[in-house]
Design a protein around this ligand. Structure first.
Ligand code: GLU
Length: 510
């Protein structure tokens, strides 16, 4: 053939050493545009070649989250975010693609997406359009376009508001810290000496009363004052920390859930929800290693909410694992749930085609330009505009402080009041009995009632003699501890000794 040299119907036929025709009679030129451009690649034709038939494109019949894909009732056509993206991308192709949508699913629950895309490999569908996650298992047998939406699996959990509670006033400091306040002061002050019981009371009284700047103990020595001023500074800091901490506990919403991501979900044995038909089921069992018996299929956002709020023993779940786009929609209407942790897989949604399909490549380019020119975002906003949850009134309501927020404090106060009153009455009755028994011999029957009442009243009215009270208390103390007198003696001797040394000091300095 290379030797050919003749004139035929199309002109002179002769080949050069490159095996190209010399001076061909036909040239393919592009007449759209401003200049001449030679086309060297094989033209595709004006229509996507499919033996003259329409492409059969499978579309899932979704029953939940119908914003993504849904059937137009009574027709074979579909609408939704994914469909709009597809039609916009197809319209960007340089050739026409005749296609028809073929709905797939029973209409009662979302179809299995893995089964749906597998119908491409059997040749039943020429492509599948919908909210199809690009996952390894599927890419092994199919070709996907580039993702037109970002996706990834997330964990959704119900959260409890950490209640401020009756004992919130104790929470700013931990238990050990409260304990420390009692003992810091032990060694610093003369007034803090005495029998152990008295010491303990003074220590607690002083360190707690200084919190309110209401201490009455006098400090005499310079060293004592130095320590006290430092202590008062500590008190200032503690005071402000307490106020700050209590403020945040009482006013800032603390959200709480024991599950903080896929790891803690993996460890437990509570039931987990997933969306019917989703690849999440396979992923959770095969990749994460969660046993199948823990998984519960949920069909709709309403079912998510119900299962998350129900007790796990009564058919509820502790968390739902699903793709981010669904969960974003779900959370826009449900304010009692939150995403725990980060998305633990990163993927996207694409359209599925048979292996080596030229359409997948061209649609990828089209999707890229849709995303670059902002159309993708416009389609997204048209279908999936979300409202934020924070404006929910019930939550603002629960932020207010109520009387019950402080009942713990009132209870402590009431107990202290009652105990003090009780002890007081016991003391008075004892005193009264003593007085009455002393007078009983000379008692005259007739006037006894009014007399007793007068005695009682005078006992109650009597000014409490501090020294007598003290000596009595000391007597009581002595029965409890034998240290008291010993201590008094020691203190006396100490004082005497210090006097002597002081005098000696003066002598020396003199
Ligand atoms: N997007 C999911 C998937 O590709 C399907 C979601 C569903 O089950 O409805 O597997």
């Amino acid at each position: 053939m290379l030797q050919s040299d003749f004139v035929g119907l199309t002109g002179h036929v002769k080949f050069n050493p490159d095996k190209s025709l010399i001076g061909p009679a036909y040239d393919i030129i592009n007449i759209i545009g401003t200049g001449v451009r030679q086309t060297v690649s094989k033209p595709r034709g004006w229509v996507f070649p499919n033996n003259g038939k329409q492409l059969r494109i499978g579309v899932p019949i979704r029953v939940s989250y119908r914003e993504f894909v849904s059937q137009v009732p009574g027709t074979n056509t579909s609408k939704g975010f994914c469909i709009d993206v597809f039609t916009a991308a197809v319209s960007l192709l340089p050739y026409a693609v005749p296609y028809q949508f073929i709905p797939y699913g029973n209409g009662h629950e979302n179809p299995s997406y893995t089964e749906l895309v597998n119908l491409i490999t059997t040749g039943y569908f020429d492509a599948v359009v919908g909210d199809i996650a690009i996952v390894t298992n599927r890419t092994k047998v199919l070709d996907f376009t580039l993702p037109y939406a970002a996706s990834g699996l997330v964990v959704v959990v119900p959260f409890k508001k950490l209640s401020t509670g009756a004992w919130a006033f104790l929470r700013p400091f931990s238990a050990p810290l409260w304990g420390w306040f009692g003992f810091w002061e032990h060694r610093t002050n003369d007034e803090f000496r005495g029998p152990p019981k008295k010491q303990l009371i003074t220590i607690l009284w002083f360190s707690l009363s200084t919190l309110f700047f209401a201490h009455k103990e006098t400090t005499v020595s310079t060293l004592g004052r130095l320590v006290l001023i430092l202590w008062l500074f500590v008190v200032l800091i503690i005071n402000s920390s307490y106020t700050a901490s209590l403020t945040s506990i009482l006013t800032v919403q603390k959200l709480y859930s024991p599950i903080n991501g896929i790891e803690s979900l993996k460890k437990g044995d509570e039931p987990i929800g997933y969306q019917v038909g989703s690849f999440a089921e396979h992923y959770l069992t095969e990749e994460i290693g969660i046993s199948k018996s823990r998984l519960r299929a949920l069909g709709s956002p309403e079912e998510y909410a119900m299962a998350l709020q129900r007790d796990p023993e009564k058919g509820g779940v502790v968390a739902v694992v699903d793709e981010l786009p669904y969960i974003e929609l779900f959370l826009s209407s449900q304010c009692k749930f939150r995403i725990a942790g980060q998305p633990f897989t990163k993927s996207g949604w694409g359209f599925a085609f048979p292996r080596d399909s030229p359409l997948a490549v061209d649609l990828s380019t089209a999707i890229l330009s849709l995303s670059e020119n902002g159309d993708l975002q416009r389609i997204h906003d048209k279908w999936l505009t979300k409202s934020a949850c924070s404006s929910d009134n019930t939550e603002i309501e629960s932020d207010r402080l109520e009387l019950k927020s402080f009942w713990g404090l009132y209870l402590l106060f009431a107990i202290a009041c009652f105990a003090a009153l009780l002890i007081y009455f016991v003391q008075i009755v004892r005193k009264y009995r003593k007085t009455v028994s002393g007078e009983s011999i000379s008692d005259v029957q007739g006037s006894s009632h009014s007399r007793r009442l007068r005695t009682l009243l005078s006992l109650m009215d009597e000014k409490h003699d501090q020294s007598r009270g003290d000596s009595k208390r000391r007597k009581l103390d002595r029965s409890l501890s034998a240290y008291d007198e010993e201590n008094d003696l020691r203190r006396d001797s100490n004082r005497r000794q210090s006097h002597i040394s002081l005098e000696r000091g003066t002598n020396v300095s003199n």
